[in-house]
Design a protein around this ligand. Structure first.
Ligand SMILES: Cc1cc2nc3c(=O)[nH]c(=O)nc-3n(C[C@H](O)[C@H](O)[C@H](O)COP(=O)(O)OP(=O)(O)OC[C@H]3O[C@@H](n4cnc5c(N)ncnc54)[C@H](O)[C@@H]3O)c2cc1C
Length: 387
């Protein structure tokens, strides 16, 4: 059996970030990914994600603030800009909130944390940004530190750190097929061709979390949303920030969007509905087909409010997001104490977490190496089910 100090399972951005952090520690690390690195099959498909401080929960806004120095550090490893801080605009019906928060609650949190923002009326939103026909009762607020994350460049930067580290072994097209945690302290990880042993395990399987937890006789209650996204051709010179609109009725009227970037279909702008096309329990149930219904709502919004874009969607895609179905923003924990070595097995899944990538990597590496982290992750405890 090949022995490593730490084994990381799941080579999406979170697994890469944990491995890049472990690279610094000098500990021998093995990262196992069932598909290719930078694959489009999990939660990190597509090119862009939003970075924002706007949250309705103070601890989440604080976590986004805490992530900034780690983004700055990661930025030093690549010439590609990882976050373009074009600012983040939230607007819409002040009474509406989504699973990502609400306008009034988020403004309150910004004030409590002394995060600067400017409050806007519907008229000011139309004056300052290229949106049209905004209902008069809508309000908004702009926060300058938000922006667009180049997700591909982020993963590439992390991948390169790992590839250049002599203590990290990267292994793609290698699915983990079994895990055994022994009373002796050893953790045995099996793949089709090899068996590995370590005393520490970091697990970042995204939507595949229950496929991994079953090796321990456990599961967790999650919903996996298959979501659609589309790009729209620019008809004129317009500049958008990243943005999110909250409207009634909530199940068909939440949209978000991005600025144009030269690394993401230049000449086109991404707009997406923040609703599930379908909710599934296992990634094998995904269709990979963008929903004409969701994209129909999207095109209607673009036609009515973004006149500078051609309302016919292009470059459509789908992606899976895992969400805890007991309203936890993230799931980040060790295994329960019924499992031998549980404190040495760290697991992360779920949530809108691209904005936290290098911080979650740091937290997981700290937990694996020292059993502790300096960040408050008490809100993200996992409620395990015993199968
Ligand atoms: C449509 C959409 C929009 C989003 N927008 C935002 C946003 O604006 N802002 C934001 O902060 N976040 C956003 N997110 C969330 C963000 O994209 C995710 O939090 C992030 O990409 C998750 O990365 P991950 O590494 O946890 O998961 P993944 O990228 O899914 O990686 C998990 C990896 O584990 C591998 N794996 C699983 N099981 C095994 C196994 N048995 N053996 C080996 N490998 C295995 C998988 O193959 C996969 O590559 C969005 C998500 C979606 C879907």
């Amino acid at each position: 059996m090949k022995k490593f100090d730490v084994i990381v399972i799941g080579g999406g951005p979170m697994g890469l970030a944990a491995s890049a952090e472990l690279a610094k520690s000098g500990r021998s690390t093995l990262l196992l990914e069932q598909y290719q690195f930078l694959n489009q099959k999990g939660s990190s498909a597509g090119l862009s994600r939003q970075f924002r401080l706007q949250y309705a929960q103070k601890y989440m806004a604080q976590l986004a603030l805490d992530a900034i120095p780690y983004w700055d550090e990661l930025q030093e490893n690549t010439s590609k800009l990882l976050i373009d801080n074009v600012g983040s605009l939230w607007f819409g019906d002040p009474e509406i909130s989504s699973q990502e928060g609400g306008i009034q609650a988020a403004m309150k949190v910004m004030s409590e944390l002394d995060i600067p923002y400017s409050k806007l009326t519907a008229g000011q939103i139309e004056e300052q940004f290229p949106f049209k026909n905004i209902p008069e009762n809508y309000i908004g607020f702009f926060q300058k530190d938000g922006g667009i994350i180049n997700l591909q460049a982020t993963q590439e930067a992390l991948y390169n750190i790992c590839r250049n580290a002599s203590n990290v072994d990267l292994c793609d097209r290698t699915a983990v097929t079994n895990i055994e945690s022994l009373e002796t302290g050893e953790i045995i990880v099996s793949t089709a061709g090899e068996t590995y042993v370590s005393e520490k395990l970091v697990i970042t399987p995204g939507a595949f979390i229950n496929d991994i937890l079953r090796f321990f006789g456990l599961s967790v209650n999650i919903d996996i949303w298959e979501m659609s996204s589309a790009y729209y051709r620019k008809k004129e010179e317009i500049k958008f920030p990243t943005w999110f609109v909250f409207q009634k009725p909530q199940n068909t009227s939440l949209f978000y969007g991005f600025p144009e970037e030269d690394w993401a279909h230049p000449g086109y702008i991404r707009v997406a509905p923040d609703i599930p096309d379908r909710i599934i329990q296992d990634p094998s149930q995904r269709t990979n087909i963008p929903s004409t219904k969701s994209l129909g709502f999207n095109e209607e919004w673009v036609k009515n409010h973004m006149e500078g874009l051609n309302p016919q969607s292009e470059f459509t895609s789908t992606c899976l997001i895992t969400l805890s179905n007991n309203n936890k923003e993230l799931l980040l924990d060790t295994l329960p104490d019924t499992i031998p070595n549980n404190r040495n097995i760290i697991i992360y899944s779920a949530g809108w977490a691209a904005k936290f990538i290098p911080l979650i990597g740091k937290i997981m590496a700290e937990l694996a190496l020292t059993g502790q982290t300096s960040y408050d992750i008490s809100q993200f405890k996992i409620d395990y089910n015993t199968n």
